[in-house]
Ligand binder design. Structure first.
Ligand code: COI
Length: 357
């Protein structure tokens, strides 16, 4: 199927649910827009996708994704510009990363036509769900899962790829208290930590809950071998400003290659800041804090955007960081990134995919 010829059969809702949406009070991930894209993979190829009213799916209890975790996802956002057009932020990067995850999880690649045309047609149909409100966006969730009804352990022969969306506000409503994890492990070298695989998130829930019970919003993962080096935080990559330089762990097989992460690093370079992608040890952070050189810490992610970290906990001690208002680098980049995403600043890196209505 070529990008010019793919036409997606569409079944529209009889009545939109958009009246249920209060644009000024949007909670993350609770209300879903009217339609979803569904494409099935059978007999070695993707079948013609369909756009359907958002709704439940009927699954066999033996659906293999539910047992063995062949399930991957992406997260991306759409914004509305001053003319009312829809601006998608780096959707092709999400498409590429989905297929990197698919390869690691032994799943078929989704075609660019299905992903991009499906996305565009879905967004045209649900355009009214892209919030015009500052600080809000339409969060888009492409995902794929194995659909064989078979409980032997083997790669499934059948898959479903779906895209649905939900209007969202902030993922984290306040500056974060995070704790450095030195017992549990998210990912080891050679594992699937770089993939956006559902199981990576499921396995993180218990350690995260234990930290939450101690009063922290999220944890910061450390390496599996020594618990010595910083990896990423719950739903985000993590960055630090030490002595004026922006420093973040380099991506590896254990760390998700965040699209927001990469955008933030690019903007920091554009603004002339020193940027280092390298191992960051917990000791380095502690020493920088002691010397008064740990100036900023924050997470980056599609859902989280730029989430400021107020406090880092390590081995029984809370280390409070400088006031958020004074964080020149992360606050400056957050504003610049938001302006690009919403069409208020020139898109010098070709990150924005415009859907003119
Ligand atoms: C995202 O930032 O898009 C994520 O996928 C993180 C989370 C909501 C699971």
């Amino acid at each position: 199927m070529s990008i010019d010829t793919l036409t997606i059969p569409t079944q529209c809702v009889t009545e939109s649910r958009i009246t249920q949406l209060d644009y000024n009070n949007i909670e993350f991930g609770k209300i879903f827009s009217d339609h979803m894209l569904v494409a099935d993979y059978k007999e070695g190829q993707w079948q013609t996708p369909q756009i359907l009213p958002y709704g439940n799916m009927s699954l066999s209890p033996a659906t293999s994704a539910l047992h063995y975790g062949q399930a991957i996802f992406e997260g991306m956002k759409a914004y509305r510009d001053a003319e009312g057009d829809i601006l998608l932020f780096r959707p092709l990067d999400n498409f590429r990363r989905l297929n990197i995850s698919a390869e690691r999880m032994c799943m078929p690649a989704v075609s660019e036509d299905i992903f991009m045309q499906g996305l565009e047609q879905l967004l045209r149909l649900d355009a009214a769900w892209v919030p015009p409100t500052a600080g809000c966006a339409l969060y888009i969730r492409p995902f794929m899962f194995a659909t064989d009804d078979f409980i032997g352990v083997r790669p499934s022969s059948n898959y479903r790829f779906t895209i649905f969306s939900c209007p969202v506000g902030a993922y984290y409503g306040q500056p974060l208290r995070v704790a450095i994890e030195s017992q549990y492990v998210r990912s080891a070298e050679g594992g699937a930590g770089f993939a956006k695989a559902a199981g990576n998130y499921g396995a993180a829930l218990l350690p995260a809950r234990k930290m939450q019970e101690k009063g922290y919003h999220q944890l910061i993962w450390t390496d599996a071998r020594e618990h010595k080096y910083i990896e990423e935080s719950g739903t985000m990559n993590v960055m630090f400003v030490i002595d004026g330089k922006l420093i973040t762990p380099q991506v590896s097989t254990t760390i998700l290659a965040g699209i927001t992460r990469e955008s933030v690093l690019q903007l920091a370079r554009d603004m002339g800041y020193g940027v280092e992608e390298r191992q960051v040890s917990v000791d380095e952070l502690m020493e920088a804090h002691k010397a008064g050189k740990l100036q900023e810490a924050f997470g980056t992610g599609t859902a989280a955007t730029i989430a400021q970290i107020a406090t880092i906990h390590y081995q029984g001690t809370d280390y409070d960081l400088p006031a958020i208002e004074g964080r020149k680098i992360s606050n400056g980049i957050a504003v610049a990134l938001d302006q690009i995403k919403t069409g208020q600043a020139p898109d010098q890196h070709g990150w924005v995919y415009r859907i003119s209505l």
